[in-house]
Design a protein around this ligand. Structure first.
Ligand SMILES: Nc1nc2c(ncn2[C@@H]2O[C@H](COP(=O)(O)OP(=O)(O)OP(=O)(O)O)[C@@H](O)[C@H]2O)c(=O)[nH]1
Ligand SMILES: [Mg+2]
Length: 333
């Protein structure tokens, strides 16, 4: 279960904290602060859900309770199938007398949602040297931003040397945008000639990382090509070219999903995971939506763990995903 950045990454010889390594008290404080911010960013989701859930708290648990709860969860984008599963379970437990009253219902709801959100191993293995992380996703979902934020964390908090690879060669602006992130994060940057082949850029970036002994290569990719098939074919090709440098690479394929796109996110996750394979999800723009529940639908239906969440546009607005904190924030506990 990833809580802190040091829990998210699997590092050589244990957690090698970088210069900003906090002491235990500071870590607790940081955790509390982070939780506050997560609650704040999920405020909209929570307000919608909480008012429904609060309304059910003081009623007898009857059909209306379950209907309202279902509506609230579907509104939060938890998805029909996952919602049905959760509510059926709660109803069953209530009938058996295991849940009585609203408080217990809320606790159990939180527990069930957290359990669903926890899908498989949600860590990122950084032991291979260099580790290659491929960032994929449809256009505008936050790939470039996530690549930049992640590079910054790896460099600042863990002292890792990082190379950002401008694999979105489809748009010149995309290359420049990543270059600005590399400057802000203070990490390496590799781009190709205009209209270069994205696979070739990734290949060069890995070659330069190996030459310079860099720890992590993060490859940004295009989100929009002429067709979706083109996009999947290009991603598959980038992967093949990367594997020519290091057969096990990319070690991690992260898919960015914009939390504000609701159920569309589930379709995207299915498409990418079938076409190129996805190791983990980055749920972005959680700060701007009442629909944060899509993480649950993706975890439940596709078994893809959420590893990171984006809660804003600043460097520090990327965090490891923590299922229980997330479920609590969602339910309003
Ligand atoms: N509020 C908020 N905005 C975000 C977050 N992540 C990304 N954004 C914004 O979303 C917009 C798109 O982000 P990009 O990183 O450019 O997305 P992309 O997937 O690289 O887009 P393409 O390269 O066009 O496919 C930018 O304006 C980002 O600042 C987030 O977590 N919260
Ligand atoms: Mg981009």
């Amino acid at each position: 279960m990833a809580r802190d950045w040091s829990d998210l990454f699997i590092l050589d010889g244990g957690a090698v904290d970088g210069p900003a390594s906090p002491g235990e008290d500071a870590a607790d404080e940081a955790r509390a602060g982070r939780f506050r911010r997560l609650r704040e960013s999920l405020r909209r989701t929570r307000q919608a859900l909480t008012s429904e859930i609060q309304a059910t708290l003081f009623e007898d648990l009857d059909d209306t309770t379950w209907e309202r709860l279902e509506e609230a969860l579907i509104y939060a984008d938890v998805g029909a199938r996952t919602t049905a599963k959760v509510v059926e379970e709660l109803e069953r437990e209530a009938t058996q007398g295991a849940i009585s009253g609203g408080e217990a219902l809320r606790d159990r709801l939180t527990e069930l949602l957290a359990g669903i959100a926890r899908a498989g191993d949600d860590r990122i293995d950084l032991r291979p040297k260099p580790s290659v992380i491929l960032v994929a996703g449809v256009n505008g979902t936050g790939k470039t931003t996530t690549a930049g934020k992640l590079a910054w964390h790896l460099s600042k908090q863990f002292g890792r040397s990082v190379v950002l690879a401008a694999g979105d060669t489809f748009r010149a602006a995309g290359v420049e945008q990543l270059e600005r992130w590399a400057e802000r994060a203070g990490v390496g940057f590799v781009k190709g000639a205009p209209d270069a082949d994205p696979g070739a850029v990734a290949f060069d970036a890995i070659a330069s990382a190996r030459r310079d002994g860099a720890d992590v290569v993060i490859v940004d990719t295009a989100g929009r090509l002429h067709t979706q098939d083109d996009l999947m074919a290009e991603l598959a090709k980038v992967r093949r070219v990367i594997a020519k440098q290091i057969p096990e690479a990319p070690h991690e394929t992260l898919l960015t999903v914009d939390a504000t796109t609701g159920q569309n996110g589930l379709r995207q996750a299915r498409l990418f995971s079938e076409a190129v394979g996805v190791d983990g999800l980055v749920l972005t723009k959680l700060d701007g939506t009442a629909k944060g529940g899509i993480a649950l639908a993706i975890a439940a239906e596709l078994g893809i763990p959420v590893k990171l969440i984006g809660v804003g546009e600043r460097l520090e607005d990327l965090r490891p995903f923590e299922p229980l904190e997330y479920a609590r924030a969602l339910v309003g506990q």
